[in-house]
Ligand binder design. Sequence first.
Ligand SMILES: [Zn+2]
Length: 120
Amino acid sequence: MSTLRPGTAGATRACPHCKATILESASVCPACRGHLRYDEASIQREKTKVVPLQIEGTLSPPSGDNVFEYSMVLSIRDERGKEVNRQVIGVGALHPDDVRSFTLQVEMTEAGAAKSRRRH
Ligand SMILES: [Zn+2]
């Protein structure tokens, strides 16, 4: 959970369905896709949603009889390169002939009436 005040851009809460940490403003949980809000403001905010970054890749282990293990690691850095979040999203094993697909998606929506921190 962030320490940002409710109503502030970037404020978070726990999804009531899956307990993932999500934006307080989210109308749909990006983790479990459960619907959370139906008010007009969140419907309007949902219309501003864009996906400026999406990466997808499929892996299989190198050929041979060896079994491999994998860790999917996510890192978020700020404009100075400082890591603000690092998480292991999932781990597992790849046996010969196994295939796993990994998808990373960043969604952005306008934060409504929230003010920019940038000084003018
Ligand atoms: Zn959820």
